[in-house]
Design a protein. Sequence first.
Length: 590
Amino acid sequence: MDTMSEKKKREVESEHRVFNTEWTNKYLFTVSKDKILCLMCRETVAVPKEYSLQRHFKTKHPNLAKLNPNEKIIKAASLAKNLSGEQQLFKKVSIENDTVTKVSFQISKEIAAAGKCFTEGEFLKKCMLIAASELCPEKRGIFENVSLSRMTVQRRIADISTNLGDQLKQRVSEFCFYSLAMDESTDLTDTAQLLIFIRGIDKNFEITEELAGMCSMTGRTTGKEISSEVIKCMNDKSGLDFTNLVAIRTDGAPAMCGKKVGAVTFLEEFIGRQITKYHCIIHQQVLCSKVLKFEHVMSVVVSIVNCIRSRGLKHRTFRAFLEGVDVECSDLIYHTDVRWLSRGRVLQRFVALKEEVAIFLENGPVQFPELENESWNQDLFFFCDITAHLNDLYIQLQGKNQLIFQMCAAVKAFKMKLKLFGSQLSKGEMCHFPTCLGEKYARQINLLIEEFDRRLTLSKEEDVQLKLIEDPFSVDPQEVPLDLQLEVIDLQCSAVYRNKHREKSSLQDFYKSLDNEKYKNLIRVALKIFSIFGITYIYEQTFSIMNMNKNKQRSSLTDDHLEDILKISTSTMTPKYDKLVAKKRCNISH
């Protein structure tokens, strides 16, 4: 049966058809924006009845009443055409205004994402006007209407950030489970900026990984203060509680995960339950690599590099010398201790240019006898090779949206490689160490293995869960939790699901295809695992963006504007420009 609203809608449409045909020709009236409009005087009739139209026609336009039906038809067509033309003119102006406002929003987003100053909009507008004057001079007026002043760009960026925040709130309301990643760093003005990222998953296995908020901490940054900021951010900015929180990923600092006064401990007290805590795998790996104790090598390499590069004349002379001897590398590289890949790259470049460096420094005022020491050179070559292997692991662990068991698999594979390296080095085999010259380094490999085992070994329960979700067809049903055993057996005996697991492009697609009732417990575990952050790469990258934006030239950038820029720079969501434009129709420059 039709509802009352549908019946009313059909009645209105029927009336409109009558108005547009019979009454237009008879009384010179038409329907415009749901109003009965006189084509002659543009007045509206309050009561849409024929006698009202007839009275208006005879009272206001008595001369036209004398026209015959054919003349009325011609007159009505002419007036309707004029009205349509006027309406189209206003519509065209409205569309142009919406378009230039949308372009202003889009350019402002690109300015924020590229880390450019708000004043760049005025420069871009000048460039657009130059291009328009040469390519399409008849359209120059439209380009002039695109507002890109400093204040306009600032407001556009704030509006886009708010829009992305609203979208995130909508997605957060649909999360089945989520996890947090948080870290704190100091900006150029010595303000501690706490970044809180959220990674959630909905029932369709769609993963969202976004910046939930940036909290500026002008006072102390103890665990209690950090936990208070996290609670406030979750309640105010994201609009969620901690019911479905699965895990928290940190950098392992005492203020974050200390047993008594860490932020996670205070959060557990606030929530009333324990939270799974993870220390970033990359940070753990960096700590593992420090067990090698090759400072006597690294200190000399850094001293030599600084000696050559610290003075302009010597540096220019060295580069000219390298050009004369025709080598592949054109210069040495400075070492930056805070960059994960720096040490390996510095060593590789130094080893590649070692002979040239020795010749260049031979008659210099500063001598480095280590370059002629055979034992030191052997240590240098081994350290160069092992850091190259560590760098390969660093690169595998980087990147957004990686799953936790992919990270664990990469670490597990590297530990197996270390065991292979130790076995081969003890036998004098150097196939995986192209520059190494000695057999005495098997002990160093064993120390590295022990440190990896100590820091990066999962509990048996965690290991079983990850194996179960990664490949449910290869686990022993007796090893999985009791509530999953029957579901795992049913799944392993299903040829259909076995083929789907083999054919699906991603694990999310496979678990999305499972029967929600039959495998509800397995799906629930999969949702939890997929919602966990693999690494803290995302906020390391965001801190780099923060430092790029809040620099010496933009030291007065406010915390609110900085947060808006970081949200836009890191978000994978697309702003809803039509909604933003609709709010600005009253004034295209705002």
